[in-house]
Design a protein around this ligand. Structure first.
Ligand SMILES: Nc1ncnc2c1ncn2[C@@H]1O[C@H](COP(=O)(O)OP(=O)(O)OP(=O)(O)O)[C@@H](O)[C@H]1O
Length: 249
């Protein structure tokens, strides 16, 4: 199986506290990998490490290596890295402009496309994010007027305009109702045929529903990673079993 990302012996300290310890994890290409674990265990820190946001924290120190398709992320210019690895946050973050402008923003910053190419790309990525039919007749509407779920799909579509290899999502459904959550999950399942996805989730049922692989982190340590179905059916580690049974966390 090809790896999109390889994390090797990765450590993160914030000040004197080590919040990730010696993490080695491979993220398979064009699959969904879920990161689960108790609050504060380091899931977001690991996710943010992958596009080098962690190192921007003033007190952070990192050690180890992260490879994107075999190339060290440290060796890539940040602009290229962040193009190839998109990040979608917990709460939707559309710009306070029209839907159309939200979509044009990244494209115009990075590319010189003709008007026709640009509108085709916008249509294609809105379709990939499962939003096109809902917005195609109101592209000039302010993005903040969309529902939370639509805003989140707009943020996903916006990331896709840059044709990323990897999409990182940090609890993308935590502010959404079950119906919008189901739409996003369906969107991510379809997207994973084209893009490698890493999702942080508190919701174990969500990991079960959509993730091909699930990694369980506890106190900054990667306890185990397995195919999702196997991890939930027969965790190898006692600590994982206790977490899944709700005995810890
Ligand atoms: N910028 C920072 N400076 C100092 N400590 C931080 C910083 N960001 C996170 N931490 C600490 O690092 C640890 C891991 O945090 P992180 O956000 O990665 O955990 P998490 O598993 O994603 O938690 P949650 O599920 O609650 O979002 C926590 O103890 C947190 O308080």
């Amino acid at each position: 199986m090809t790896q999109a990302i390889a994390i090797k012996n990765w450590h993160v300290h914030y000040g004197k506290t080590e919040v990730l310890q010696d993490i080695s994890l491979e993220i398979p290409e064009k699959k969904i990998t879920a990161l689960i674990g108790s609050s504060g265990c380091g899931k977001t820190t690991l996710l943010k490490s992958i596009n080098r946001l962690t190192e921007e924290e003033p007190t952070a120190a990192t050690q180890g290596e992260i490879l994107l398709k075999g190339t060290s992320i440290q060796s890539l210019p940040l602009e290229i890295l962040r193009r190839r690895i998109g990040l979608v946050f917990q709460t939707p973050t559309p710009f306070p402009f029209s839907i159309k402008k939200n979509m044009e923003y990244g494209i115009r910053y990075h590319e010189k496309l003709t008007a026709k190419e640009e509108s085709l790309l916008i249509e294609e990525t809105l379709k990939m994010a499962g939003l096109y039919e809902e917005v195609k007749d109101r592209m000039n509407l302010s993005a903040v007027r969309l529902s939370g779920g639509q805003q989140q799909r707009l943020c996903i579509a916006r990331s896709l305009t840059l044709n990323p290899d990897v999409l990182l999502l940090d609890e993308p459904c935590s502010s959404l109702d079950p119906k919008s959550t189901a739409v996003i999950e369906d969107t991510l399942k379809k997207l994973s045929k084209k893009v490698s996805i890493v999702i942080v989730t508190h919701n174990m049922a969500q990991a079960k529903r959509i993730a091909d692989y699930t990694a369980f982190i506890s106190n900054g340590v990667l306890v185990e990673v397995q195919e999702t179905e196997a991890l939930f059916r027969e965790p190898k580690q006692e600590e994982t079993r206790c977490y899944l049974e709700g005995l810890i966390g």
